[in-house]
Design a binder for this molecule. Structure first.
Ligand code: C2O
Ligand code: CU
Length: 464
């Protein structure tokens, strides 16, 4: 099933029609307890925090009672969480004990090109390499994941992703929930077959929803405020996350860090690769009560449940969401404008401006420090559901951007602040602005629906 790259393109109709080798597993929602991936302890020296991570297969219980073989960082699915301090470098030695090529990208990281995990800068089976991350950037929910050329979708789907949280003094000075009340939720879809196989299919109906590696888990909370760092780590699927009772919660940050001020919301529309930082007050529920997080974008044939929060006790709570969170710096005036058209061509691949990715081609060149406005259009018409394959999720390496507008209208709350992924559904035109600063070299931008980037929906910007 795992056919990488343009050579492996199969017409969509054929993919959708391909039968599973065995039927998908049945599962009962809210059976598994949601784990919190452990925070990895570094070896510290005067200059940096060092980590050793091994990529290897592991047998894990995604669906209760069923074992699945997955690819992991350190045997964990998802990988261990790394917490980095702004201004303190992190050095990670990644060793590949898998039988596939891998490469690690720090998504959202401001990282020199040589350490960015470029698609062709891969780690052969049996080899290892060191990545240096300077962390000269403000607090933000980053994540690390595989990026090996033409197999990134397969590799991420099979388990190669984990959270990487940058923190700084400004964030730590805020009275937000912290410690055990600050919880990452890495949400993705999957198709687990009844024999346990985690099955990578380009068909869109992956019926299982995993949070931190467990299918529709439950999570016990106290009746108080929690900070939830939500990652959409799906390879394709957008989620429209809401509480089943329609209750409000507070959005405090997006991909690139805290917003300037909190926004009350009832839903979070997150494309593949997007993040949201939210505060939820479970004090509105009685002890013994519960609330389900649902995906309002679930197909009519699917169970919309994502996970359940069970309120099991009271707890004291001195946390608050302050009215001012962070200073999001204004962008300088743009001096360059560019247009990008995203489209699919089922005989050639998934395209940016009519091209499939060629790692040897520079698509765009800019000077260090240039501020640009990019207008990105999804030229495909919407098809009948499931039609995630017609969406795109546009991602830039190196530079965060601001969403200026979507179809001429102001962006949604989840599109405020510093972003590195933006949804581009069929027919939409989104304008973003960014400054290409920090490092020179070649960086990619691409669709974060990884089957699309595998199919060529990726391009190179060279910063000179
Ligand atoms: Cu999250 Cu180029 O990737
Ligand atoms: Cu795409």
């Amino acid at each position: 099933a795992a056919v990488g790259g343009v050579a492996g393109i199969v017409p969509l109709e054929q993919i959708a029609a391909a039968a599973d080798p065995v039927p998908p597993a049945e599962s009962t929602p809210f059976t598994a307890v949601m784990p919190i991936p452990p925070v990895l302890a570094p070896a510290r020296d005067s200059r940096c925090d060092r980590y050793d991570i091994t990529m290897r297969t592991a047998r894990v219980e995604i669906i209760p009672g069923l074992l699945s073989t997955v690819n992991t960082y350190n045997g964990l699915f998802p990988g261990p969480t790394i917490v980095a301090q702004r201004g303190r470098a992190v050095r990670i030695r990644q060793t590949n004990e898998l039988s596939v090529l891998t490469g690690v990208h720090l998504h959202g990281g401001k990282v020199p090109a040589a350490h960015d995990g470029h698609p062709t800068d891969t780690i052969a089976p049996g080899a290892s390499r060191v990545y240096d991350y300077p962390n000269n950037q403000s607090a933000a929910p980053l994540w690390y994941h595989d990026h090996a050329h033409m197999i990134e979708g397969d590799n991420v789907y099979s388990g190669l992703s984990g959270a990487y949280l940058v923190t700084d003094q400004q964030e730590q000075s805020l009275p937000l929930p912290h410690g055990r009340y600050d919880v990452p939720l890495q949400i993705r879809d999957a198709r687990v077959l009844s024999d346990g196989t985690l099955y990578y299919t380009r068909a869109q109906d992956r019926p299982h929803v995993l949070v931190n590696g467990k299918e529709r888990p439950r999570f016990e909370v106290a009746a108080r405020r929690y900070r939830l760092r939500i990652f959409n780590t799906s390879v394709d699927r957008p989620f429209d996350l809401r509480f089943a009772d329609g209750s409000e919660f507070v959005l405090i940050g997006t991909d690139g860090g805290l917003l300037s001020e909190p926004v009350r919301v009832q839903s979070l529309l997150l494309g593949a690769g997007e993040r949201a930082d939210v505060v939820v007050d479970f004090a509105r529920y009685a002890v013994g009560g519960s609330v389900v997080l649902v995906n309002a974008a679930a197909l009519a044939t699917e169970n919309a449940d994502v996970m359940r929060f069970d309120v099991v006790c009271t707890a004291s709570d001195s946390s608050k969401v302050p009215g001012k969170l962070a200073a999001v710096p204004p962008l300088p005036k743009a001096t360059v404008e560019r247009n990008f058209v995203l489209a699919q061509d089922w005989t050639r691949g998934a395209l940016i401006n009519g091209n499939v990715y060629d790692p040897n081609r520079v698509d765009v060149q800019t000077r260090l420090g240039t501020t640009e406005i990019w207008t990105i259009t999804n030229a495909d018409p919407a098809g009948p559901p499931p039609n995630f394959h017609l969406n795109h999720s546009f991602h830039t390496h190196l530079a965060d951007f601001r969403v200026l507008d979507r179809n001429g209208k102001p962006p949604a709350p989840t599109e405020l602040g510093c972003k590195d992924v933006v949804r581009i559904p069929p027919g939409d035109t989104v304008r973003i602005a960014m400054t290409w600063s920090g490092y020179t070299g070649r960086f990619v931008f691409h669709c974060h629906q990884l089957p699309h980037s595998e199919w060529g929906q990726m391009a190179t910007i060279e910063v000179v």
